[in-house]
Design a protein around this ligand. Sequence first.
Ligand code: ZN
Length: 233
Amino acid sequence: MRIAIISDIHANLEALEKAFEIIDYKKIDRVYCLGDIIGYGANPNECVAALLSRGVSAIIGNHDKAALDLRVAAQFNRYARAAVEWTAKQLTQANIEYLSNLPYTIVADDCTFVHATPDKPEEWNYIVSEYDAQEFFEFFTTPICWVGHSHVSGVFCEDMKTVEVEKGKRYIVNVGSIGQPRNGDWRLSFGIFDLDEWRYEHVVSEYNVALARKKIVEAGLPPYLGDRLLSGM
Ligand code: ZN
């Protein structure tokens, strides 16, 4: 049994569709989404619809929450805030309800799934290094906790030595971002985990970034949000 873990789609339909193409090609059994489905990109409703039509198990991210309650965007920079305000106006009532019902945490398939951190996921703190990760291992009981939020992929082992996912050890793994990477690489990324073989694959792929950028500009969103897609920052 293999699961795909996607995160931080940020309303980038071109990247999401490419990820699903790969997921279909690899015949993945189940898909989990770690939140931030919307915010930044031009296709929030279409991205929610794509997750719904595929029966993806999703949790809520801070940008999803902010579109439902603009007070959450108080800490956002002006570009993120502009995007959230635009997104809130676009969302259909059905999609608002869908997002409102997303949980903060899912525990399934021997894994824990959260957007930010497993202790208090609603506080939206970041795990960006294996040092950060150490303080969170006591807050989940499964071998692996999958996280998003930083948009930078990483495998953080409890022993602070192991860099590959191996059976018998515990990990916090960030799968990177589908639609808004921040690691200097514009390509989409996500994770595939084989629960039988205990093998983790970090998938990286090109997609139609030019179209995603064009749609952002044409939607009247800050052009910077389109330009940053090209640099992955
Ligand atoms: Zn995000």
